[in-house]
Design a protein around this ligand. Sequence first.
Ligand code: AMP
Length: 207
Amino acid sequence: MKLVFLGPPGAGKGTQAEKICQEMSIPHISTGDMLRSAIASATPTGLRAKAFVETGALVPDEVLIDMVRDRLNEADCANGYLLDGFPRTVHQAQALDEIKAPDMVVDMEVEDEHLLSRLTGRRVCRACQGTFHISTLKDENVCPSCGGELYRRKDDAPETIQNRLNVYHTQTAPLIDFYRRAGKLAPVNGEGTPEEVTAAILRALRG
Ligand code: AMP
């Protein structure tokens, strides 16, 4: 199964992608994680992407398209993939159709007013990359899953979040129509508990 997870920042794409990938035995490909790791290692891609990622702007299409093409040609993608955070523009979606077109696109719907508190309270583990919300943590600095150090992403600062939401509405939301017209869109309510959302996604995927 070749899957794309679409939705605004903070919709829960990463959390849900982990669960669905385990269930369906396909690799979870998060372009945000790939870029953050490239930035941390100061690779040429990372150096090019840094300022865009930190201000919540989109990294240029050609950087992302080359990165995703290489990743989808790796052996573990032979039976499918779950893309989380790509495509984010119509141009990227057209390129993906040429590389390995998705079978289905899950659109996780969450109202803007809920996204702000989800993003400002989000913490990420430096060791396992797990994401958590401070409302569920005993200690804001310690990963409840592996004991690693938790941090707040630079782009989860309140002043950057509004920019990311604007970018989503102007550049990424048009993909909802793009995939609806292609007959591939599966809208899912992303506002329930994580377990409810996982169940809704699995129902949508199993038709
Ligand atoms: P994410 O972890 O998906 O929220 O992505 C974090 C940041 O990485 C975004 O705000 C962008 O700066 C960059 N990024 C991730 N995926 C893409 C993409 N498909 N196109 C352009 N920029 C991206």
